[in-house]
Design a protein around this ligand. Structure first.
Ligand SMILES: NC(=O)c1ccc[n+]([C@@H]2O[C@H](COP(=O)([O-])OP(=O)(O)OC[C@H]3O[C@@H](n4cnc5c(N)ncnc54)[C@H](OP(=O)(O)O)[C@@H]3O)[C@@H](O)[C@H]2O)c1
Length: 280
C-alpha cells in the first residue's frame, strides 16, 4: 500500500475506505471486511455515521494486527468544546473497541472547535491519537486555527473531486504542510461522473473505469482519497489503481473539469449551516 508522510512523520495510506451513509450495522461490518480483504488499511468513520461499532467488529474479526490498520473518526458539532470532545473521544474508542485512533478530526468548522482542538492536542500528546486534523475548513478558518494552536493539523478532509478541485486551498495546505484528504472523491456520483466522457475516454486507454481514473488523479495530486461503496466488486475496482498512471496530458484534461465550487456541502451557505446543525 502506498503511503503519504504527514507533517508529524506518521504514514497514512494514500487510499482509504469511507463508511458514510451505511447506517445498517451488519452491512457496514460486511463492507469494511470486504474492503480489508481487498487491501484497504485506512477506514474513515465518524461518530455521526453511527456505525463505529460495526467498523470495530470488522477490524477485530479481520485477523490483522491493530497496528496494520489506520482508523480515523471525527468529533461532531454537538460534541465540540474541551470537555465534550474528551467524552466523545472516549465514546468513539469504546465503540470501535480500540485504545487509540490513528486520526481524529474535527468534523465541521462550527461550534467550540478551539476547545475541541485543545482536548485533541492533549490526547495526541498522551499517545491516544497518532494524528489530528480538521474537515471542511476553508483557508481563512484554517490559517486562523494554525495561528492559535500548538499543533498544526496534519489533515484537512474536504469535498474534492474533478468538479470541485479545491486548487486554491491546496496551496494554503502546502504552505502549512497539511495534507488534503478528499471526501466525496466521486462527487457522490453526481453530475454523471461515472459516465463522464472525458474520464471514460482517459480510462479506455488503460483499460480502467472513470472511477479508477478519478482515484488515480487524486493520488497523483498528492491527495488522500477515501471512496465509499457498498458493492464488493466496486470496492475491489476502486482499489485496483496501482498498475497504471495518468500522463501530464490526462491530468491537464481533468484539471479542465473544475467547476470551482462544492456540489455537496457549502459551509459558507447559511441554510447549509442550519441543515448541518440539525443532524444529530
Ligand atoms: N468530513 C466530511 O464532512 C465528510 C463528508 C462526506 C463524506 N466523508 C467521508 O468520505 C467518504 C467518501 O465520500 P462519500 O461517501 O460521500 O462519496 P463518494 O465516495 O464520492 O461516492 C460514493 C458513491 O459512489 C458510488 N460508487 C463507489 N464506487 C463506485 C464505482 N466504482 N462505480 C460506480 N459507483 C461507485 C457509491 O455507490 P454504492 O455504495 O452503491 O456502490 C456511492 O453512491 C465517506 O464515506 C466518508 O467516510 C466525509
Amino acid at each position: 500500500m502506498r503511503t503519504i508522510r504527514l507533517n508529524n512523520g506518521v504514514e497514512i495510506p494514500a487510499l482509504g475506505f469511507g463508511v458514510f451513509q451505511i447506517p445498517d450495522l451488519e452491512e457496514c461490518k460486511q463492507v469494511v471486511s470486504d474492503a480489508i480483504v481487498a487491501g484497504y488499511r485506512l477506514i474513515d468513520t465518524a461518530s455521526i455515521y453511527k456505525n463505529e461499532e460495526a467498523v470495530g467488529e470488522a477490524i477485530r474479526e479481520s485477523g490483522l494486527l491493530r497496528s496494520d490498520l489506520f482508523i480515523a473518526s471525527k468529533v461532531w458539532i454537538h460534541d465540540t468544546g474541551y470537555e465534550r470532545t474528551k467524552h466523545a473521544f472516549a465514546d468513539t474508542l469504546e465503540k470501535l473497541g480500540t485504545d487509540y485512533l490513528d486520526l481524529y478530526l474535527i468534523h465541521m468548522p462550527f461550534g467550540d472547535y478551539y476547545g475541541s482542538w485543545r482536548a485533541m492536542e492533549e490526547l495526541y500528546e498522551a499517545g491516544k491519537i497518532r494524528a489530528i486534523g480538521v474537515c471542511n475548513f476553508n483557508a481563512d478558518r484554517l490559517i486562523d486555527l494554525c495561528m492559535n494552536v500548538k499543533i498544526v493539523p496534519a489533515i484537512n478532509q474536504i469535498e474534492t473531486h474533478p468538479f470541485c478541485q479545491q486548487t486554491q486551498i491546496l496551496e494554503t495546505l502546502k504552505e502549512y504542510d497539511i495534507r488534503m484528504q478528499a471526501w466525496g472523491p466521486f462527487a457522490e456520483g453526481r453530475n454523471g461522473i461515472f459516465g463522464n466522457e472525458r474520464l471514460t475516454a482517459i480510462g479506455r486507454k488503460y483499460g480502467k473505469t472513470a472511477a479508477q481514473v478519478i482515484l488515480r488523479w487524486h493520488i497523483q495530486r498528492g491527495v488522500i482519497a477515501i471512496p465509499k461503496s457498498v458493492h464488493k466488486e466496486r470496492i475491489e475496482e476502486n482499489f485496483a489503481i496501482w498498475d497504471f498512471s495518468l500522463t501530464e496530458e490526462d491530468m491537464t484534461a481533468i484539471a479542465g473539469m473544475d467547476m470551482c465550487r462544492g456540489m455537496i456541502l457549502d459551509v459558507l451557505d447559511p441554510s447549509e449551516i442550519h441543515r448541518v446543525y440539525a443532524i444529530r
